[in-house]
Design a binder for this molecule. Structure first.
Ligand SMILES: [Zn+2]
Length: 629
């Protein structure tokens, strides 16, 4: 049974004392209580809350060449006591970034020109409280709005770099001449030297400064970058010292040479060994750096932000090797070749993505900063909508049906198979695109100019560049005179045959034998071929330039490989591409069977799906993804 318990019933005779309340006194009492509680609370919060000093700086337009401005916003602060803090919260407009408590720096690209960005910083303590919020509104400049500047009278005297700096004034950019700092930076050793200046002349159009920066302490540095930091439009802007028309012979008879490009003026040490950056290619998932030397590149090194050597590997010149990007941890890395730094005064900021694995991938930015080449690696969980991992190309289509045998048309069979392969690759988390999903030329209905339409917008070659695909599989069926049978896998002369030989082995396990033409000079291994023509010292030399001795014979392999495979036709047929892109896909072309051979015809009809599955298995394993049935 439940006992009822009623508090007020137990003391029925308790006397009630009535007190008359003085309203004025009562109000004072309540207000005092609120004030005391407030003071205690505030004091308590002050005890648990502290202010973190945060430096906020915007770096000048990193994308001058492209015309679309890109700024880097940097926040940095003294290391927090990690025992006291849980995490750091940074917001940029509506985006919230959570950093570990041991972080001391945050960089983000701001790509909207002439726009306000509201940036806040809070460190969350263990318990309830945040540090005092730091809030700033940063306004980026309009496209191509830069500080016009030039230098003159450059000399080095008694270990000091001395020059005259001319800064043009404009209405849009207000320079606070009292806040200027000059810096000479040795990026490799992360040291900098601060300079002094005097204003020698100033009117409403221009300010002229005589600058003196001690560089004696930076003597071992292969390259020294020159920077200026100043308050502009009420926030700190860091920019490189520039002069579009600088006579690079201006500095004579010294240990240094002046080098001047879009990324600013750098001092190049004549005695310290280094390489000069010339070119790069992103091919498949790798980066190639083409440097201005005849020396062989044997090794490459990546040095992290704390200047620890984190990667030291053999540099393999195969297109699908070079600097391997897919497994790099997040961070900023200085690139070295043969253990020597690579310097440049070019403004580089190129973004590339590796393929999706387990829902994540590396976004890799090749950039130049303070004269050195960097790789910035960020782990992302999605890529831009128009970027794909792999392109599956059903051969032919539209007016061009390809091989016809019995009931079958190559264009339709290749489409059926390609859709199957694409679906199964998507099952493995890859972002897949088909060059066509209907019986049309990918460049559009009615277009099937075999020589040109692949290069038109949405054509099968153009799609590789449009969608930045890292890999491409072109699916075909063969015919001859009825006597030949079996499959052939074609890969590029600029790559090894890892992928193609895996595919050959896998197709064989699925029951299709290779047409293994042992006599063929193009045979690499069983069923795997590299069909090419000799380029150097041939009639092709004029057309292709022939950086390599041989060129891929199949246009779909050669022309989708960007600079590395020496594609050349995109610029001829598509005016949206004034130059050949410096990125390209690793492409293979597979001829599965001879449809005019009765045995191959029967086996294709019965087994095409398991052959498609064989391609999926070999491909995901090649990409380091676990195969799922
Ligand atoms: Zn074909």
């Amino acid at each position: 049974m439940k006992k009822r318990y009623r508090n007020y019933n137990y003391y029925p005779n308790k006397r009630r004392k009535r007190v008359k309340i003085n309203k004025v006194r009562f109000t004072i009492f309540i207000l005092s209580c609120v004030l005391i509680l407030g003071v205690i609370g505030f004091g308590f919060k002050m005890m648990l809350t502290d202010k973190v000093e945060v430096s906020v700086e915007l770096t000048e337009d990193l994308n001058k060449e492209e015309g679309e401005s890109l700024y880097e916003l940097s926040l940095w602060w003294e290391a927090l006591k990690i025992d006291d803090y849980k995490e750091i919260q940074i917001t940029v407009n509506d985006e919230v970034y959570i950093l570990d408590a041991d972080a001391t720096r945050f960089d983000i690209d701001l790509s909207n020109p002439d726009d306000d960005y509201t940036v806040t910083f809070k460190a969350k303590r263990k318990g309830l409280f945040f540090s005092k919020k730091v809030k700033e509104v940063i306004h980026t400049f309009a496209d191509n709005e830069t500080i016009e500047q030039s230098i003159s009278d450059v000399e080095i005297e008694e270990g000091n770099l001395i020059f005259t700096h001319h800064l043009q004034k404009s209405n849009a950019i207000k320079i606070d001449t009292k806040s200027i700092q000059y810096e000479a930076i040795d990026v490799m050793n992360q040291t900098l030297s601060e300079g002094k200046y005097t204003i020698t002349d100033e009117d409403k159009n221009e300010v002229v400064l005589r600058v003196e920066i001690p560089i004696e302490d930076l003597k071992g540095a292969p390259v020294v970058a020159l920077k200026m930091v100043t308050d502009i439009n009420n926030h700190q802007l860091s920019f490189s010292i520039q002069d579009k028309n600088l006579d690079t012979g201006a500095l004579k008879g010294e240990d240094y040479e002046l080098s001047s490009g879009l990324a600013g003026i750098i001092l190049v040490n004549k005695d310290a060994e280094h390489y000069t950056y010339k070119n790069h290619q992103f091919y498949a998932e790798s980066l190639h750096l083409n440097i201005g030397t005849n020396e062989e590149i044997l090794t490459y090194q990546l040095v992290d932000a704390a200047r620890n050597l984190t990667v030291d590997e053999a540099y393999l010149t195969d297109g699908n090797m070079a600097i391997k990007l897919a497994n790099l941890k997040e961070g900023d890395y200085v690139i070295k070749l043969n253990n020597l730094p690579v310097y440049t005064d070019e403004a580089l900021n190129e973004v590339w993505y590796c393929v999706m694995r387990n829902g994540a991938t590396n976004q890799v930015t090749l950039k130049s900063e303070n004269g050195l080449l960097y790789l910035k690696v960020q782990l992302v969980h999605e890529v831009p909508t128009d970027v794909y991992d792999i392109l599956i190309d059903p051969g032919h289509g539209g007016l061009d049906g390809g091989t016809i045998a019995g009931e079958l048309t190559e264009a339709n069979e290749a489409l059926k198979l390609s859709k199957y392969i694409a679906g199964r690759l998507e099952d493995h988390g890859l972002k897949v695109k088909l060059t066509r999903t209907e019986d049309v030329d990918p460049a559009g209905p009615g277009k099937s100019d075999y020589g040109k339409s692949p290069f038109y917008d949405e054509g099968r070659v153009e799609q590789v560049y449009r969608y930045q695909t890292k890999y491409m599989i072109s699916n075909h069926l063969n015919s001859f005179d009825g006597s030949l049978e079996g499959f052939e896998v074609y890969s590029s002369v600029v790559t090894d045959d890892d992928w193609s030989s895996r595919i050959a082995t896998s197709l064989k396990s699925a029951g299709q034998d290779p047409r293994d033409s042992i006599k063929s000079e193009f045979r690499i291994s069983e069923g795997s071929y590299k069909k090419c023509f000799v380029c150097r010292e041939s009639s092709y030399e004029e057309k292709y330039g022939c950086l390599n001795d041989t060129l891929d014979y199949l246009y779909i392999i050669r022309e989708t490989g960007g600079l590395l495979s020496q594609s050349s036709e995109l610029t001829q047929h598509n005016k949206n591409y004034p130059t050949i892109p410096d990125y390209g896909a690793e492409t293979i072309l597979i001829e599965y069977a001879y449809l005019d051979n009765s045995k191959d015809y029967r086996e294709w009809t019965a087994n095409w799906e398991s052959w498609g599955e064989a391609i999926v298995k070999a491909t995901v394993e090649y990409l380091g993804i676990k195969y799922k049935k």
